[in-house]
Write a protein that binds this ligand. Structure first.
Ligand code: AMP
Length: 550
């Protein structure tokens, strides 16, 4: 028997319509590329998103067409979130930190019809335009006075504000099937080209419900939320959608992510909740400590994308009374999977036990099933001891990749995360290692295999292994281990210079260690875990670990 409930599709535009109706006066404050602070209200966001939806239609965009963005966190980017997805197109947020070769690959692969960009990315856009096979339409996210003086010949560029002005706000969001694609985000794999994760309206709205809950990111209409995590990295962990759902104030930092700028913004806009990777918080905490500053409004901070060091949790909680929410997720998970929030019996634990718990990535939010398995795929117990491959499934977990639908990443219906973890009796998951061969530096991926391939092109190199070594600022940095060809006098500087222009600058290994050979497994594979054990402290011999109080 079928239930008798209405069949209302879960749509991204409905989040905006809700915010417009119930939180019209709630503010959105953005630090702009132009340097000033811009502020307006949800009612303005809704009206301008409708204008932009009309503009996109006027540019000939059809349902399913991709709209690329190369932009910081700001109100125009948020308008595109709704104008593109809400009108049936697909919002494609592009990570500007990638190497130009990868950017060109991504734009071609996604087949972006229009690319909207912040002015600070003009040099990237120009380099990109020169590499693309066909002409694309670029939209500079500025007003006519700030349009670039000279546009390279053959490049079509429009002005965002001129498009807004030229279009009315009379627009009815279409009633789409909830399984329609809404947005697209590429993630760098272990090797080869980045892969596109294609979210749907349904997955996005369900993720929004779950991520907003009190034991997840804990958001409400009384919050002023600062997403430092970029809107080009898994939709800023869903916070723009969450703010619409709950009616929270949004504060966007634009390009100013240094400690001083963030602290000023947090205080000026009375931010209560912020979210970002540990590297960003290092900068903020260092600034605050150096200048004797306090947080007068901030109550919670979400730390994810990389493990939250205990020293950081101690500093936030003991010195600033800012509660830390350690979270784990992935691009393929929209991204929230687990959040480390206490159960009531854990509140009375001694401080050191609570800090040990907070070092874990936390328990699954409703909607995410997880399990750990051994090398044969057999379930491992949740005893806090056994560690195995972490698998997940749920309505906001990707099944396959965009334009690579034949690839079958799932194992028996479960998505293999590439993380190795243990799970305790209370369901708290802790990542202990990574089976995927990648390095996460400042929240962004570096492929070890790509770096090894470059190294092996050098005539003096016999074999190469690149590993993630712990780093006090970037969390991890690449360390290159090299076996030289017999008789080769290859020196470190020469090999490092060999990487110039072959990879993005921040991908270049920080150091090279010459070794006689690598530990090998039974099948002849280099045992990276052994190398990681041996060299993980190469950049940070004594990681500053403040001991928890008590
Ligand atoms: P991304 O798809 O770029 O968001 O990266 C997801 C990956 O980042 C995960 O599979 C983990 O390897 C890593 N990651 C994310 N959050 C955490 C965390 N809190 N602790 C440790 N690793 C994390």
């Amino acid at each position: 028997m079928k239930g008798l409930m209405m069949e209302q599709p879960l749509l991204v535009a409905s989040l905006l319509m809700h915010a417009q109706r119930h939180h019209a006066d709630q503010e959105i404050v953005s630090r702009r590329v132009e340097g000033d602070l811009h502020r307006y209200r949800f009612a303005d966001l809704a009206a301008r998103s409708r204008r932009m939806a009309n503009a996109l239609g006027g540019l000939g965009l059809r349902p399913g067409d991709r709209v690329g963005t190369l932009a910081w966190n700001g109100y125009r980017h948020m308008e595109l979130y709704f104008a593109a997805s809400g009108s049936g197109a697909v919002l494609h947020t592009i990570n500007p930190r990638l190497h130009i070769d990868q950017l060109a690959y991504i734009v071609e692969h996604a087949d972006d019809r229009v690319i909207c960009f912040d002015l600070s990315f003009l040099p990237i856009v120009e380099a990109l335009a020169a590499r693309l096979s066909g002409p694309r339409l670029f939209v500079a996210m500025c007003d006519p006075d700030h349009m670039p003086a000279a546009i390279p010949p053959g490049m079509s560029m429009l002005c965002y504000e001129a498009l807004i002005d030229a279009n009315g706000d009379d627009y009815a969001w279409p009633l789409l099937d909830e399984n329609t694609a809404s947005s697209l985000c590429y993630t760098s794999g272990t090797t080869g080209n980045p892969k596109g994760v294609l979210y749907s309206h349904r997955s996005t709205v369900l993720h929004t419900y779950a991520a907003a809950l009190p034991d997840a990111l804990n958001c409400s209409a009384r919050d002023s939320i600062l997403p430092v995590v970029p809107m080009f990295h898994v939709n800023a962990w869903g916070l723009p959608y969450i703010a619409c759902m709950v009616g929270a104030k949004l504060v966007f930092p634009g390009p100013a992510l240094d400690g001083k700028s963030l602290h000023e913004l947090i205080e000026a806009e009375q931010v209560t909740l912020s979210a970002g990777v540990p590297t960003v918080w290092q900068g903020l905490l260092a600034h605050v400590a150096e200048h004797g500053r306090r947080f007068t409004s901030m109550r919670r901070t979400v730390i994810g994308g990389a493990p939250c060091p205990t020293a950081m949790a101690v500093q936030f909680q003991e010195h600033h009374q800012v509660e830390v929410l350690h979270a784990w997720g992935m691009t393929e998970l929209s991204p929230v999977g687990t959040v480390c929030s206490f159960k009531s019996h854990q509140l009375s634990m001694p401080a050191d036990a609570r800090y040990a718990l907070q070092a874990k990535q936390g328990r699954a939010v409703f909607g995410i099933d997880m399990k750990i398995v051994d090398a044969e795929g057999k379930d491992l117990p949740w005893d806090g001891e056994a560690a195995g491959n972490l698998l997940v499934r749920g309505p906001w977990v990707s099944r396959t990749y965009f334009r690579d639908e034949a690839s079958e990443p799932l194992e028996d219906g479960w998505f293999p995360t590439g993380d190795v973890a243990r799970i305790d009796r209370d369901g708290f998951m802790q990542i202990t290692d990574r089976s995927k061969d990648v390095i996460k530096s400042g929240g962004e991926w570096i492929s070890s295999i790509d770096l090894e391939n470059v190294a092996c092109l050098h005539p003096g190199v016999a074999s190469a292994a690149c590993i993630a070594a712990r780093h006090p600022k970037w969390d991890e940095r690449p360390l290159l281990l090299i076996v030289r060809k017999p008789g080769s006098g290859l020196a470190k500087d020469e090999l490092l210079a060999f990487f110039d222009s072959k990879v993005a600058k921040w991908w270049k290994p920080d150091d090279v260690v010459f070794v006689d050979g690598f530990p090998l497994g039974a099948t002849g594979k280099v045992l990276k875990n052994k190398l990681r054990e041996q060299f993980q402290h190469h950049y940070a011999p004594a990681m500053t670990q403040a001991s928890p109080p008590g």
